[in-house]
Design a protein around this ligand. Structure first.
Ligand code: 6R9
Length: 652
């Protein structure tokens, strides 16, 4: 019996140096680490000067009442002014802010000057509806420009937005509205997904009667589908379009609430993660500049994440816009009307920076190399990954088939709670390793500890913790300070525990190993889901996999793997292949990590942001009734998986 916190089984030797040209002109160079280390707070004070403050802060951090941080406390700024107006004032009004690409093929381009007018009109409309500084506004929208405009309008008048994923149920929506006591819902009749209009307004209609604080519902017309209409409902085009585009932004204190975003959470009541203004904007702006090496005059940036996920907040709305980026916004799914849609968009807009999730990358692997090969992707120069650990083989596929072997990949680790990227390579500095987020960014302190909170040596695994407060950290859980303390700051007192397993490799670089709740205990060894999944994905016939620990009489838990085969291998799921996959894992990681059972499936259960819901697979593996599926992106997936069960192959 070993007493390791988490085993380190996977060895990865491949290394990729930053492209010379990119390194020579990089926004951030290697000296940033030492500079930040010398005086961390002075470093962040310097980054805060990227923003335009009406009152410059003199105090950087107040940590006198941990874990309640105050950053740039005596500064005052307006977040929307920083994301829009100041670029127009600097003479960049004609620069494109958003190239919108609708799923049906319609499109719209908004310059910074036009965005400023739209945000001004929306801010005036919200004011007319009685929304004031300190109020909360729920946003339940498709991926259309009005979603960003609505968020910026809220920020402009000092109301906190709470964006709820379009497609969450009426129950999930009403619970979030009630928790935040929102006064207004901004929605649309619907949006386009998978080739057809889906309904949003109908779900709002179901939710609102349970929400006594809601005074008005503001509805954007996107699809033109029939909607029912009540006395609280107002059309966006009637109320907003008639407003004056002039709106004078008011500066708010740096700690003024900017937004609440609910994390789905696997159990219990969703947590309303609260972010505030000055520190949040400082870190999203700096990290977007540093990690993506954005050159606002020449780059075209595309973050494929939905706005309802924190990635859409920080790296579609606030980070890129604060930096004056030109970006692409796409409404729909990657396979509508064909599986090359993403690559067609990159070709069309000459996208140079792409930020996507491993789930998407593995799906593209499954669809086949020939699809991206048909498009001109030569405009790309930096690739990003976020949301889950990226399996080394998916990383290599991304680099070769999308990045043409020339683009650095930044694997960015962060959370809704951290607000901004915390651990990531820098594209002009770091020699990258496939599958690793590697190094805390300048000004960030993270490490890996064991059960007792002692830092693990290089080469060992354990729990990822953040050891110093950071500007974009969550300030609390909305309405529940005690839950904030208990959830994040009590497992290792004085340190923030992220809930993730991680290891340090022999160079001290950090590798994320999945949620600690998912760790499998096999014959006394704590085995990470990520390493076994990565070993499976490194077999040429496997595109994606999810593994879980299922109760086992002999070993405590046994590894059960669900795999999706690559396009060319999809029909081959015979016993010989399953035995081959088991052996492959055994050879790659050692016999302890060999799955006891492997099931081939065509889909895996995922959240709307693409994270695999292993909890549901554990229910399947242990023959239990499937648990709560409300945060599942596609509820039919579990039926498909259960239908496969009889063909499960087992070693015994
Ligand atoms: C941004 C975001 C947070 C959790 C996080 C971790 C996982 C995100 C990752 C990653 C490994 C990465 N995660 N990025 N794991 N490598 N690059 O995803 O926020 O939706 O709150 O999820 O996602 O488990 O703790 P959120």
């Amino acid at each position: 019996m070993s007493n390791e916190s988490l085993a380190n089984l996977l060895k990865e030797e491949r290394r990729f140096a930053p492209p010379r040209e990119l390194a020579a002109a990089a926004n951030v160079t290697a000296d940033a680490y030492a500079h930040a280390k010398e005086d961390r707070l002075a470093f962040w004070a310097e980054q805060a000067r990227r923003l335009s403050w009406e009152v410059e802060p003199t105090e950087t951090l107040d940590w006198s009442n941990p874990p309640f941080a105050k950053w740039f406390q005596d500064g005052r700024l307006n977040v929307a002014y920083n994301c829009v107006d100041r670029h127009v004032e600097a003479g960049h009004g004609d620069r494109v802010a958003i190239h919108f690409e609708g799923e049906p093929g319609d499109g719209r381009t908004l310059t910074y000057a036009q965005l400023k007018d739209e945000v001004g009109k929306a801010a005036n409309a919200l004011t007319e509806l009685g929304i004031r500084k300190g109020d909360r506004v729920a946003v339940y929208m498709p991926m259309i420009p009005e979603t960003a405009i609505a968020m910026l309008a809220c920020a402009r008048i000092g109301a906190a937005h709470s964006v709820v994923f379009g497609g969450f149920s009426a129950e999930a929506l009403s619970a979030r509205i009630q928790d935040a006591d929102a006064k207004l819902v901004i929605t649309a009749d619907g949006g386009y997904r998978r080739g057809k209009p889906n309904a949003l307004k109908a779900i709002v209609d179901e939710a609102v009667p349970r929400c006594p604080t809601i005074e008005n519902v503001l509805v954007v017309r996107r699809t033109g589908q029939d909607v029912s209409w009540g006395e609280k409902d107002k059309w966006w085009h009637e109320l907003v379009e008639g407003q004056s585009p002039e709106h004078t932004p008011e500066a708010f204190e740096a700690e003024h609430p900017l937004f609440i975003l609910y994390t789905s959470g696997t159990t219990g009541k969703p947590k309303g993660i609260l972010h505030t203004s000055g520190g949040y904007l400082t870190q999203v702006s700096y990290t977007h500049h540093a990690v993506f090496d954005l050159k606002p005059e020449t780059d075209v940036y595309w973050c494929t994440a939905d706005i309802g996920w924190v990635t859409g907040h920080s790296y579609f709305v606030y980070g890129p816009l604060s930096n004056g980026a030109t970006q692409v916004m796409y409404e729909g799914t990657p396979d509508t009307p064909h599986q090359g849609r993403f690559w067609e968009i990159i070709q069309k807009y000459k996208v140079s920076i792409l930020y996507a999730a491993p789930t998407a990358i593995r799906t593209f692997m499954k669809w086949g190399d020939d699809i991206p090969a048909k498009f001109d992707l030569s405009s790309l120069r930096v690739l990003g990954s976020v949301g889950e650990p990226i399996n080394p083989e998916a990383w290599i596929w991304y680099r070769k088939n999308i990045g043409g072997e020339r683009c650095p990949i930044v694997d960015t680790w962060w959370q809704t709670e951290t607000g901004a990227i915390m651990i990531s390579p820098l594209p002009g500095v770091t020699e990258t390793k496939p599958g690793a987020a590697q190094v805390p960014l300048p000004g960030i302190s993270a490490t890996v500890v064991d059960d007792e909170g002692r830092e693990v040596p290089d080469g060992a695994g354990g729990y990822l913790v953040l050891t110093e407060p950071w500007p974009s950290m969550l300030r609390t859980i909305w309405g529940d300070d005690q839950r904030y303390i208990d959830t994040y700051w009590s497992r290792f007192p004085g340190r923030y525990f992220a809930g993730d397993g991680a290891k340090k490799d022999d160079d001290g670089d950090i590798w994320l190993l999945g949620r600690v709740d998912d760790v499998m205990l096999v014959s006394g060894h704590n085995i990470s889901t990520t390493e076994v999944e990565s070993a499976l994905v490194s077999h040429p016939k496997v595109a994606e996999s999810a593994v879980v620990g299922a109760t086992d009489a002999t070993t405590g838990q046994a590894i059960v793997a669900f795999v999706i085969l690559r396009g060319t291998a999809a029909s081959d799921d015979g016993d010989a292949l399953l035995a081959e996959l088991r052996d492959h894992v055994g050879k790659t990681l050692g016999p302890i990590a060999k799955p006891k059972r492997i099931l081939t499936v065509t889909e895996l259960p995922k959240t709307r942001s693409g994270k695999i819901m292993r909890r549901l697979l554990r229910d399947v593996a242990e023959n239990r009734q499937i648990g709560d599926v409300t945060t599942l992106a596609d509820s039919t997936v579990m039926d498909l998986i259960q239908a496969k069960l009889p063909s499960a192959a087992s070693e015994d």
